[in-house]
Design a protein around this ligand. Structure first.
Ligand SMILES: NC(=O)c1ccc[n+]([C@@H]2O[C@H](COP(=O)([O-])OP(=O)(O)OC[C@H]3O[C@@H](n4cnc5c(N)ncnc54)[C@H](O)[C@@H]3O)[C@@H](O)[C@H]2O)c1
Length: 343
């Protein structure tokens, strides 16, 4: 597909709260046509038709995206170039494998899968078939995170000591298949990998379980990176207000990013050796919808025949780390990361 200029034909499987957004955004990207969507619940098609070209039952054929209650039928009957897999996490593997089998490039929502074995099977199938598989770690495309990345790469913080992520809020009733460690923490784990470009040496975690769900509802996690930095994860779905923040403390000061407002500020360390407070400097960030940037990057990678910007291996690294955090909380022990096996 190198330099491919033709209109790419997109599909979405799972039209829940994320899938509706994927469908809308494909409709907004130039050179992409949303041609089909699949969901087991027909009510989702009517909801989608309000914000996309998804047809309701009475729509004239061809004028709108076709709707399928069975995604296997959609994959068999449509000529798709790419598909977003937005079904619940427990179904990622089966749906992604079905798309790969039909040679359709896959963007699977995060986390890549519910277990590392499932994630590995997906990575292996994608490699064996030569069909691209990207994982939707959308925060990498958040303009605030991109700004922080630029500043770290330019050495503006010097040595990084600590990354502290807070991702808290009320429980989303619809998430029943996995706990908060697998549902939310992979966002920040992936951002930490992205920013530090370093592997994790070991992790330690405490969790609270069984409050809103039968899985973990609250996580306090510590990641020790090989580069020497420490990552701290404060993640739960028990807090009555939504917070999505990241602070990076380094030799030359403190960078703070808000994922929601996309604001970034920098507190420089006073240069005179005195320990005193410094005023924050607001950093201008041009805001944009992270999902739009993510899907555009996926489409660009397909057009140019290059690896997607978030690979299956990236998705696996985040999932593997999340799974070790759960294991650490269960055993009460710090868990070393095993030497990376080929996915
Ligand atoms: N990137 C992000 O910020 C983000 C945010 C929320 C959710 N997610 C991820 O997106 C995925 C979906 O989450 P959600 O919140 O949209 O869930 P949801 O429950 O709102 O939507 C899931 C949809 O999948 C449909 N579905 C279930 N089984 C199906 C099948 N066999 N075939 C076709 N459709 C089927 C359901 O009817 C539902 O409409 C999860 O993996 C979740 O982790 C990512």
């Amino acid at each position: 597909m190198t330099g491919d200029k033709r209109t790419l034909r997109a599909g979405v499987i799972g039209l829940g709260s994320m899938g509706l957004n994927h469908a809308r955004v494909y409709g907004e990207i130039e050179g992409v046509e949303l041609v089909a969507v699949a969901d087991v619940s027909r009510e989702r098609f009517a909801l989608a038709s309000a914000s996309t070209n998804v047809g309701e039952d009475f729509s004239p054929p061809g004028a709108t995206a076709n709707t399928y209650p069975d995604y296997h039928r959609m994959l068999a009957e449509e000529r798709l170039d790419l598909v977003s897999v937005c079904v619940p996490t427990l179904l990622h593997r089966e749906v992604a494998l079905a798309a790969i089998e039909k040679s359709v490039a896959v963007l699977v929502e995060k986390p890549i899968a519910a277990t590392t074995d499932e994630g590995r099977a997906m990575a292996k199938a994608s490699r064996a078939a030569g069909v691209p598989l990207m994982v939707g770690h959308v925060e990498r495309f958040n303009p605030a995170v991109l700004e922080v990345k630029r500043r770290l790469a330019a050495g503006e913080l010097g040595r990084v000591y600590q990354l502290y992520a807070r991702r808290t809020g009320p429980f989303p009733e619809r998430v029943r298949d996995v706990g908060v460690v697998h549902d939310l923490a992979p966002h920040d784990i992936d951002v930490m990998f992205f920013l530090l470009e370093s592997e994790v040496e070991h992790v330690y975690a405490e969790t609270l379980q069984g409050v809103a769900t039968e899985h973990e509802d609250m996580l306090w996690g510590v990641l020790r990176f090989r580069c020497g930095a420490v990552g701290v994860l404060d993640v739960n779905w028990l807090t009555p207000t939504k917070v999505r923040q990241l602070s990076i403390l380094g030799e030359k000061g403190l960078l703070q990013a808000d994922y929601l407002s996309q604001q970034v500020s920098f507190y420089p360390k006073s240069g005179d050796g005195q320990s005193r407070d410094t005023a924050p400097q607001a950093i201008r960030v041009e805001s944009a919808e992270p999902l739009r940037l993510e899907l555009e990057a996926f489409v660009e990678a397909l057009r140019h025949g290059v690896a997607p910007p978030v690979t299956a291996e990236d998705g696996l690294a985040a999932l593997e780390t999340a799974s070790l955090l759960v294991e650490s909380a269960r055993t009460g022990r710090a868990m070393p990361l095993p030497a990376r096996r080929p996915a």
